[in-house]
Design a protein around this ligand. Structure first.
Ligand SMILES: [Ca+2]
Ligand SMILES: [Ca+2]
Ligand SMILES: [Ca+2]
Length: 186
């Protein structure tokens, strides 16, 4: 696990840390759910909004809460990195643990349900689910769309998520899934 991997994890924390306190809590996930529901045209309090909130609660409970090793309901950078190293850092079995999380975001992103993630669907999801700036979201899409066809299959997104979360290879497919990774750690 190299510096590039730690830089990627820094970016993930930064993108998920909605209230900017440097750590992840369930509140960050609620805020993301509210933002995503609004971005996808679902009114606050609508049944779709509740479904998205439930999905985010499940993501927290199943994926992130177990990483909180001291059980104080606050997920720190060190806890996140340690958990990734222990459970996800392997493109095979590690990714199988991660796959349901990616699948949940695919279901959200694929607004028209055609099994393809268009550039527009990708950019909208990355902007609102992960607060990625629009230009970085376009850059990320371009890095994944090898043929330039303007569409990604679910399989490509899974490959990208595996390359991002389960390897520390800066040249892996998916290294640019969340836009540019800026070196922030020695
Ligand atoms: Ca936070
Ligand atoms: Ca903790
Ligand atoms: Ca679609």
């Amino acid at each position: 696990m190299n510096a590039f991997y730690l830089d990627k994890m820094s970016k993930i924390i930064q993108l998920l840390d909605d209230n900017g306190d440097g750590v992840l809590t369930l509140d960050d996930f609620y805020a993301a759910a509210d933002r995503v529901a609004l971005a996808f045209g679902h009114a606050h309090g609508s049944s779709e909004h509740h479904l998205i909130r439930d999905a985010y609660t499940t993501i927290w409970d199943k994926t992130y809460a177990p990483m909180d090793s001291d059980r104080d309901n606050v997920l720190t950078f060190d806890e996140l990195v340690e958990a990734h190293q222990d459970t996800l850092y392997d493109p095979g079995i590690g990714y199988e643990r991660f796959r349901p999380l990616a699948q949940a975001f695919l279901a959200l992103a694929d607004g028209d349900g055609d099994g393809i993630i268009s550039r527009e669907e990708f950019v909208r999801t990355m902007r609102h689910a992960f607060r990625l700036p629009e230009d970085e979201a376009h850059e990320a899409f371009g890095s994944l769309d090898e043929t330039g066809g303007g569409r990604l299959t679910y399989d490509q997104i899974h490959r990208a998520a595996s390359g991002f979360f389960c390897t520390d290879d800066p040249d892996a497919y998916g290294a640019g899934l969340f836009g540019p990774v800026v070196p922030v750690r020695a």
